[in-house]
Ligand binder design. Structure first.
Ligand code: SAM
Length: 215
């Protein structure tokens, strides 16, 4: 998702009190940002932020960081948040997720959500896919022992690629379904993302896997 040329997006994102600027400074010190020791969960590629916002409202005892690389997209999340109540357990980062190990210390993150990540269908772009082994290795650097990655998508090819990458990288497959919306157990507590709403309305089955970090 990329919304081009939105006037003022860079300035609004750069000045927002909800967007952490120069995030490398906070590596190992995220508890100071939130003012507590609660677990930190991040969504990589949050888009307009519907999922991470709802999660933060539902789970006030967890600290959330929504990550989106384009200011034009993050701007939409900020605009929606303006109209909402205070959400003290939610901040955003406008970064490329490749930089995650410069921003979070080892063991600083408990869970990573990847929702409807861009498929990058060409083989030569496989390294850009957020569930690729290159990204798994970055997640491995910041996750706690037994930390988890939860991945949802309607893209069967990307999902199968993610399963293979997790296996090759020796992550533990905890659970997996090719039809989340008809899996009563895995649907418990499910929060829909913008893309999940759109694609499930079209009748596309939603796939979900949870993998954990083997140590
Ligand atoms: N998660 C949302 C959902 O399910 O509705 C949005 C899905 S959208 C297809 C994927 C988003 O991930 C885009 O907004 C894109 O800009 C962002 N993204 C892709 N690669 C990224 C990266 N390396 N770092 C940060 N954000 C990224």
């Amino acid at each position: 998702m990329r919304l081009r040329n939105i006037p003022g997006a860079d300035e609004t994102v750069g000045n927002s009190r909800w967007v952490i600027q120069e995030p490398e400074v906070w590596k190992g010190r995220w508890r100071e940002i939130f003012g507590n020791d609660n677990p930190v969960h991040i969504e990589v590629g949050m888009g307009k932020g519907q999922f991470v916002t709802e999660m933060a409202l539902l789970h006030p005892g967890i600290n959330y960081v929504g990550i989106e690389r384009y200011t034009s997209v993050l701007l939409r999340a900020l605009q929606k948040r303006e109209k909402m109540e205070e959400i003290p357990n939610l901040y955003y980062l406008c970064i490329d997720a490749r930089d995650l190990p410069d921003i979070f210390e080892a063991n600083e993150v408990e869970k990573i959500y990847l929702n409807f990540s861009d498929p990058w269908p060409k083989d030569r772009h496989a390294k850009r896919r957020l569930p690729s082994r290159e990204f798994l290795s970055r997640y491995d650097k910041i996750l706690k022992e037994n930390g988890k990655v939860e991945f949802k998508t309607d893209n069967r090819g990307l999902f199968e690629f993610a399963l293979e990458e997790a296996k090759e990288s020796e992550w533990e497959l905890e659970t997996c379904t090719f039809d989340l919306h008809h899996n009563e157990e895995m649907m418990q507590g499910n929060v829909m993302t913008e893309y999940e709403e759109k694609f499930s309305e079209r009748g596309n089955p939603i796939h979900k896997m949870i993998i954990s970090r083997k140590k």
